[in-house]
Design a protein around this ligand. Structure first.
Ligand SMILES: Cc1cc2nc3c(=O)[nH]c(=O)nc-3n(C[C@H](O)[C@H](O)[C@H](O)COP(=O)(O)O)c2cc1C
Length: 372
């Protein structure tokens, strides 16, 4: 039994390893007649691409995506659109440097997946982390950029909100700022601080963890289903499936344990447009596993990279105690490039639930009722 397919109605199956010839996926279930070009997908891939600043791995991958199937020119408009058939997306690996890994090929990096892959399969491609490498996440970003187009009016944005113990100041939150600094940080003051902070971490050959927040706006009410198809449960699983993620929160998350019932209540009033308005969003846009129409807010924590220069105790494949030092090109904080990956996974879950909602109950919502 293998598990390389994500989603139910909007689904993708990914393939590829860090140092193989290529990575890619087949997106199946995308509705027809949605305008889609490689350039649109590339915009999102370029955000995740390595080697763009001194704060991410120096591996130089253009991450140029090719659409190999599932699109055709629309006769009426001349635009390239989806045809409803499988969309194959492919990204070639260009800048593999496998010799970096020969010194550690028999040793397990504490915190990395080599040990468990060997325990399970008896073989693993150790070069660059093989299938456990974050190379695979480029494919998620590509699939996510298709997913974004499936839900009309959907916007999914992410930001790095904490690096190590240092959080952003939410009173300075500016979405425009996210595009301006190499950390996807919404707080310009903290972004400046992160420069020196991460330089220190990087130069010492160490690494550090982070927290990323993803906000989805324009999510129609009604997505998600009781009881095993809860939207929050699927979001948590999707974000948790990203490499290095160790925790997920929806809305107030763990902080809600400290709230009283009064403080946690998202009070409601009828707004001018005949739709209810929530006076707060502690729930993160989901009640009973179903979207309320408020922004969906999810946060996830990534652990520090296991590839560090400080010697660590480990064992080798043959059962010997040894030590390991990981040289080569690595991300000192994976939380930076995890921002577009988190956005992509949220978009994929929302597209999947949008199509499932439409399949079961059609467009729109059943509410409000006529007075009986
Ligand atoms: C964007 C991104 C970049 C990453 N870069 C590295 C890296 O340079 N070196 C490394 O050891 N791990 C890196 N990782 C983490 C490993 O892929 C991950 O820790 C490993 O597969 C073990 O899986 P787990 O942490 O989910 O248990 C990265 C993860 C992400 C999301």
């Amino acid at each position: 039994m293998s598990f390389n397919t994500f989603g139910r109605l909007f689904r993708f199956t990914s393939f590829g390893e860090s140092h193989g010839a290529a990575i890619g996926c087949v997106v199946d279930g995308c509705p027809p007649r949605i305008p889609l070009t490689a350039e649109e997908i590339q915009v999102h891939l370029d955000k995740r691409r390595p080697g763009q600043s001194r704060f991410t791995t120096q591996r130089q991958e253009p991450d140029a995506v090719k659409i190999l199937s599932g699109v055709f020119a629309d006769e009426a408009t001349g635009r390239q659109v989806t045809t409803g058939t499988p969309i194959m997306l492919m990204i070639e690996n260009i800048d593999q440097r496998s010799k970096d890994y020969s010194a550690i090929k028999d040793k397990y990096r504490p915190g990395h997946a080599g040990y468990t892959y060997d325990v399970k399969y008896g073989i693993h491609d150790y070069r660059g982390g093989g299938r456990a490498s974050a190379r695979e996440t480029a494919v998620r970003v590509a699939a996510g950029s298709v997913a974004r187009k499936v839900v009309p009016g959907l916007t999914v944005r992410g930001a790095l909100v904490q690096m190590g113990p240092h959080q952003v100041d939410r009173s300075r939150w500016d979405w425009n700022e996210v595009e301006r600094n190499p950390f996807f940080c919404p707080d310009p003051v903290q972004a400046k601080f992160f420069e020196d902070y991460l330089d220190g971490v990087r130069k010492s050959g160490s690494s550090i963890g982070a927290v990323i927040e993803v906000v989805a706006e324009g999510v129609p009410p009604g997505l998600g289903a009781p009881v095993y198809g809860k939207l929050d449960a699927d979001l948590a699983a999707a974000l948790m499936s990203i490499n290095a993620v160790k925790g997920v929160e929806i809305g107030d998350g763990f902080a809600s344990a400290e709230l009283s019932g009064e403080d946690n209540a998202d009070e409601m009033r009828m707004g001018n447009e005949g739709k209810p308005v929530f006076l707060s969003n502690h729930a993160g846009g989901i009640l009973g596993g179903i979207s309320t129409g408020q922004p969906i807010v999810a946060r996830f924590a990534v652990k520090p990279t296991s590839s560090i220069l400080t010697p660590r105790k480990t064992v080798d494949r043959y059962g010997n105690d040894t030590e390991i030092v990981t040289k080569g090109r690595h991300d000192p904080c994976v939380g930076i490039r995890a921002v577009p990956i988190g956005e992509a996974m949220v978009a994929c879950v929302l597209a999947d639930h949008y199509l499932m909602h439409r399949a079961q109950v059609g467009e729109g919502t059943a509410w409000p009722f006529e007075k009986r």
